[in-house]
Design a protein around this ligand. Sequence first.
Ligand code: MN
Length: 328
Amino acid sequence: MALKSPPDSLLHFLRQYPGYYIVAHEEPDGDSIGSQLAFASFLRRRGKQVILLSPGPWQRKEIAPYRSFFLDTLPKSEVRLHFGLIVLDCSSLSRTAQFASILEGLDTGVIDHHQPNGIVQGIVQYIEPNAPSTTLLIQKIVEAFGDTPTPEEARYLFLGFATDTGFFRHLETEASESLELLSRLAVKGVTPKSIYRETFGNYSLESRRYLAKILSTMEPYFQGKLLLTHILHEEYQSFGSEHRQSDPLYQLLLSVEGCEAVAFLREEEPKKTSVSLRSPSTLNVAAIAQKLGGGGHKNAAGYITSLPYQEAKVELLEQFRLLFGNNP
Ligand SMILES: [Mn+2]
């Protein structure tokens, strides 16, 4: 099944305004930032003014070089009412933190690859949950205008694809079309090797100690079907935010024989625990995250709870008990 093409209503919306705000979700990642940068460049080439907004916090090293291109505040009184608003890599303004109330009321277009969970913002929507990254949807829009990405845009688009697919590892049913789109980025001179270095290289030594700390807490539940890890508030705080890189954790644990799901609970504050869930194949962790107030994809999802770690763990294990039965 082919990926949905951008609807005509979106192409019309992108012609309609002299300028656009482009915003994406908080805790930006390579896909949200890559989508914003590539789209901004494309629209500017088409004579549009673009203001890039990001709520932050900027925690991921692969996007750090681009921070200066984004505003993190915008006085409500200065909002240009003749601009359109483009929301990327999420479908609700509530995911944009401080910008939600500031930008409310502007004509909005949403471009996202997540299954919507709740109200979708926007007069025009291009939502394709089968797309492995938002950047591929941006590329499809550029191509729908009969254009091709510049080498710089191609690099941003590849970056988003690389981070959201774990460098191709999570590609599934839409692989053939995705790789066709990617091949057209490679034509522009983007090499997978350089993107790999940018996204999965140059970690700090401290980030490896953080990983070791988390790995040492690993507990198997339900005969090893669930591998649960955590970090408590005090330890979490002892690592600088730039060293809290947990992506390799999932790669390591999901490859364990018999593992059907991985949970990582971070007690970020005494009454705020972020829970990340991953599964290697069929188990739908988004369904669990949604029940507990979050969302995501079948194989990668999460939620935030106001419970401290121990209670959050009990609540989560209860959900897995419904799936795996009564033997913890
Ligand atoms: Mn994404």
